[in-house]
Design a protein around this ligand. Structure first.
Ligand code: NAD
Length: 326
């Protein structure tokens, strides 16, 4: 299969690109390198430096490379940044997705896999969120992805686009061989701060809120290893190639949660380092608990996670950070 991977020089897109190539697919990475890295590109992939907001280039690249399917990872991904600069998020993530879909139609590409997020659910106050739950995002990042999902549904109905929407929960970890991992200079998520503090690049880290109705008062998240997310994309791509009219949305999570403090303790264990932290007040836009109801992807795509282990997630994330800083 010939697959265009937008955002393929970033964290999750680079894992998907490598695993697709290892499975024999041809990959063209399309990325503006705003947070991505050329060093993450597989030696066998073709790289096009481009922006998803470019009106013409994506369609030209799709036609020139006889693309069968687009995996659309390219996006801005920081919740706090989206609260400070909401229009940047709507422009890059929502308009960018609209423009990419227009280019798909222009080039006759009818298969798309879209990177969505648990942030589309917002603060649902349910223990587990399922794909059919109402979408109530509480920050511009989540909202910018809801627009993407809804545009895809309309384009499916109007133009027969086949699509799989994958809503990832909290993606973390690095490859077991320590070759790929998170290196977004603007990263602001829990594992960035845990690993930065563990290697001593940060003296202390902040925990936002210790009064949530959770096991220890800190927020609870469904952490999923990035390799399992990459594998979900392979299964989704292969499924889409055998379907002629298909639109499905899947949660990508393990359906189990760990609190921020539990993750911190595990990081201390695997790194052998003490992680200093201070408790601050809750951060706007952060729900108490976000866990996936995760059966649908297992039954529909036969996805079965291989790295469902907080210890592996912490260990690979720490080893990767150590490599970056040594
Ligand atoms: N990391 C997570 O925990 C998580 C959770 C849920 C969803 N997601 C989604 O997964 C996708 C990938 O996230 P990531 O963590 O790998 O982020 P990342 O920042 O590492 O990767 C994003 C990539 O997209 C590129 N990009 C951004 N805007 C672009 C544009 N306008 N044109 C071309 N390229 C552009 C960047 O250069 C980068 O290579 C995103 O869509 C994100 O919303 C991530």
């Amino acid at each position: 299969m010939n697959i265009l991977v937008t955002g393929g020089a970033g964290y999750i897109g680079s894992f998907a690109s490598h695993r697709l190539i290892e499975r024999g697919h041809h990959v063209v990475v399309y990325d503006n390198l705003s947070t991505g890295h050329k060093e993450f590109l597989h030696s066998k992939c073709k790289f096009v430096m481009g922006d998803i907001r470019d009106r013409e280039l994506p369609a030209r690249v799709m036609k020139d490379n006889k693309i069968d399917l687009v995996m659309h990872f390219a996006a801005k991904t920081s919740v706090p940044e989206s609260i400070e600069n909401p229009l940047d998020y709507f422009e890059n993530n929502s308009f960018g997705t609209m423009n990419l879909l227009q280019n798909c139609l222009k080039a006759g590409v009818k298969k798309v896999i879209f990177s969505s997020t648990a942030a589309v659910y917002g603060d649902t106050r349910k223990d587990f969120v399922s794909e059919s739950d109402e979408l109530m995002p509480i920050n511009p990042y989540g909202e910018s992805k809801v627009f993407g999902e809804r545009m895809i549904a309309h384009v499916h109905a109007a133009h027969g686009l086949n699509a799989i929407i994958l809503r990832y929960f909290n993606v973390a970890g690095a490859s077991l061989d320590n070759q790929l991992g998170q290196k977004n200079p603007k990263a602001n998520h829990l594992f960035h701060h845990l690993t930065e503090t563990a290697v001593g690049r940060q003296a202390t880290m902040a925990i936002f809120g210790s009064d949530y109705p959770t096991v220890d008062g800190t927020g609870v998240r469904d952490f999923i290893h990035v390799e399992d997310i990459a594998h979900a994309h392979i299964l989704a791509a292969e499924r889409l190639m055998s379907e002629s009219s298909y639109l499905q949305t899947f949660n990508c999570g393990y359906g189990q949660g760990f609190s921020v403090l539990q993750a911190l303790k595990m990081m201390e264990d695997v790194s052998g380092r003490k992680i200093a932290y201070e408790i601050l007040s809750r951060r706007s836009g952060d729900p108490a608990k976000v866990l996936a109801k995760a059966e649908k992807i297992r039954s529909e795509l036969q996805w079965s996670p291989r790295y469902n282990d907080l210890k592996i997630i912490c260990k690979t994330a720490f080893d990767w950070k150590k490599r970056q800083t040594s």
